[in-house]
Write a protein of this length. Structure first.
Length: 256
């Protein structure tokens, strides 16, 4: 049995990714908040919903997916039932040190930052474990999060930037897809076909980059023939600061 506290944007995406990709909904218990969001998701997916943190007492692994302002109250309630459990917090401010201080030595804790593609089983999640996590504990978390995509362990001082690169960038890519579609419409494609072409390109290019032995620079070189249309487009991207804009977007996301 696994438990969730919170089913908002990230919590809901992880829960959806788990169930849609084969995790047994009967083994998921979710403690919702004051909104009706958890109830609506429960009606769609069929997991068990509870009203109090203490009702997660039978869960082996508990995922915390609440905002920073609610975190300390949740940890205070969770402390009563946490002995022997694995606790994974998705909250950005939930450092391993903070979680340990709040929950005490009885809990093994981890800090993870998923991105929204976990919802369709194509997510990328960075995670940092407390030193008392055993290999078997890590395998347990990995086996769960594997339903949602890739899970990568990193030192906690790299978790923030990894979360920015993987977590904020779906929005950046959405902006790029929208702009690419606008360009297609400008040159005569209907909107639906233009969106399909841009999205299909993004999926295919990412899959190729993932599976190819070449790095992305070499893949780019493969399609930029001398004097061709692609290299003219790449030159225009450079002229208008595309690369710098992406770096500045990451800088802005990293700076609070």
């Amino acid at each position: 049995m696994i438990g969730f506290i919170g089913a908002g944007s990230i919590g809901g995406a992880v829960i959806t990714g788990l169930i849609k990709n084969g995790f047994d909904e009967d083994k998921i218990v979710v403690k919702g908040g004051r909104s009706n969001r958890t109830k609506l998701l429960c009606d769609q997916l069929g997991f068990q919903m509870v009203k109090k943190v203490k009702q997660l007492a039978d869960a082996d692994v508990i995922f915390i997916a609440v905002g920073a302002t609610a975190l300390d109250n949740v940890l205070s309630e969770l402390k009563e039932i946490v002995a022997g459990k694995l606790v994974v917090a998705f909250t950005g401010s939930a450092s391993v040190t903070h979680l340990k201080q709040a929950l005490g030595s009885n809990a093994k804790v981890a800090h993870a930052i998923p991105n929204t593609p976990v919802k369709v089983g194509a997510g990328f999640t960075g995670i940092t474990y407390s030193s008392d996590f055993t290999d078997d504990d890590k395998k347990k978390v990995t086996s769960i999060m594997g339903y949602t995509g890739q899970l990568v362990e990193v030192p906690e001082d790299q978790l923030g930037i990894l979360g920015t690169v993987a977590g904020c960038s779906p929005a950046f890519l959405d902006v790029f897809i929208e702009a690419l579609s606008d360009a297609g419409v400008k040159h005569g494609l209907n909107r639906q076909l233009s969106y399909e072409a841009a999205i299909g390109m993004a999926i295919g290019a990412a899959k190729l980059a993932k599976q190819s032995e070449l790095n992305v620079s070499a893949l780019k070189d493969e399609v930029t023939s001398p004097g061709g249309s692609t290299i003219r487009g790449v030159a225009a991207l450079e002229e208008y600061g595309f690369r710098n804009a992406v770096i500045k977007a990451v800088d802005a996301a990293e700076n609070e």
